[in-house]
Design a protein around this ligand. Structure first.
Ligand code: SF4
Length: 360
């Protein structure tokens, strides 16, 4: 696993140790008035210093969330889940949400993308976020290649002197053929992450999937060297792809559900999904299915269901009371109606985009 690639089976408890992150414990959750389902279910299972963010919140009633987006594709449901969680942080904790779009990084990283492509995806991805209902008075979007200003570039320049080549080579896996744009990007990313603290005096939490932890570690080092509060993290597991692989990937078109998929086409993807079902109906009725490996279960559990419905599906599946065809049909219906509604809202969001763009 690197910040750019996740393959195979992921052992999350080993990652806790390997990365030296703290587990999200019942004690931590007890400090939150209404813990989000993604916290209660253990999807966000690790953190760095989120307890300190809660200390600050107890005193000041707010903090900042930085949640960057690399716009190389349309967003899929796992991406959207992260921004739904960010919206919860805004609504529950009165948090300021800053979304830097690293169109430059995606251009550096993906040879097949032109600048026009990443800029277009920045706008398309922003529409998905606006459609979720972020408050424009507490949310700012920043597209690197369009909105860079002297103040922010100066911050990145200052931060670049705090990061050396051997650190970024070790963290990002840079090789001799890596283009030089990517070498400077970690300084820009540190600027993104630390901007709310420098400009708004707010401590920052970065909600991320755990493979992104090394990126934030670089920014934490920069913060320490500059005498700033180290950005905290909340770190999630991955949402499975429809073929059962560990992480839904935007490069796997057939096993990811994109927010822009035609609802009927998304339903077909669901009906073709891998499941945790048994080889025969008879076996499944006797032994039950295996929801732990089943993306069809995971999507309903994480995305569509509350606690009671999730528990019922788990019991029905393991007890052999529901078969995979019916279960996939249910998910296909949820996905279709969600996408139809979401796509309506993201079209309405087009005329709101300007309200969210950072004003200098
Ligand atoms: Fe997955 Fe549903 Fe089949 Fe259980 S019944 S294995 S949750 S598709």
């Amino acid at each position: 696993m690197t910040p750019y690639e996740v393959k195979g089976k992921v052992d999350y408890s080993r990652l806790l140790e390997q990365f030296g992150v703290q587990p999200v414990t019942p004690d931590l959750l007890a400090r939150i008035r209404k813990p989000h389902r993604l916290l209660r279910t253990g999807y966000f299972f690790a953190h760095r210093d989120f307890d300190k963010i809660l200390d600050y919140y107890d005193e000041h009633g707010t903090f900042a969330v930085v949640s960057g987006r690399g716009p190389s594709e349309h967003m899929h449901l796992a991406h959207l889940l992260l921004y739904m969680f960010n919206l919860y942080l805004q609504q529950e904790f009165n948090a300021y949400v800053f979304v830097p779009f690293s169109d430059d990084e995606k251009f550096f990283f993906k040879d097949q993308l032109e600048l026009g492509d990443v800029r277009r995806y920045s706008v398309e991805n922003a529409l998905d976020m606006i459609a979720l209902g972020f408050d424009p008075s507490k949310t700012e979007f920043f597209f690197d290649t369009a909105h860079m200003n002297p103040k922010m570039y100066s911050m990145a320049v200052e931060m670049s002197r705090k990061v050396n080549f051997s650190t970024v080579r070790a963290v990002y896996g840079f090789a001799p053929e890596t283009n030089i744009g990517l070498l400077f990007y970690p300084a820009l990313q540190a600027m993104h992450i630390l901007y709310p603290e420098v400009e708004r005096s707010l401590p920052v939490v970065v909600p991320i999937a755990i493979d992104q932890d090394p990126h934030v570690r670089v920014s934490r080092d920069v913060a320490a060297k500059m005498g700033l509060f180290k950005p905290a993290t909340l770190e999630s597991k991955f949402m499975k792809g429809l073929s059962g692989e560990a992480k839904m990937s935007a490069s796997e078109q057939e096993t990811s559900i994109f927010t822009t998929d035609k609802p009927e086409a998304a339903a077909v993807k669901v009906m073709n999904a891998f499941t945790g079902g048994r080889a025969t109906v008879e076996e499944q009725k006797v032994l039950g299915g295996i929801p732990e490996v089943c993306p069809v279960y995971e999507y309903q559990h994480l995305f569509f269901f509350d606690d009671a419905k999730s528990e019922k599906l788990y019991k029905d599946c393991t007890g052999g009371k529901i078969l995979c065809g019916e279960c996939k049909g249910n998910l296909a219906r949820y996905v279709k109606s969600f996408l139809a509604e979401h796509q309506k809202r993201r079209e309405e969001a087009r005329h709101k985009l300007d309200m969210f763009i950072m004003k200098h």
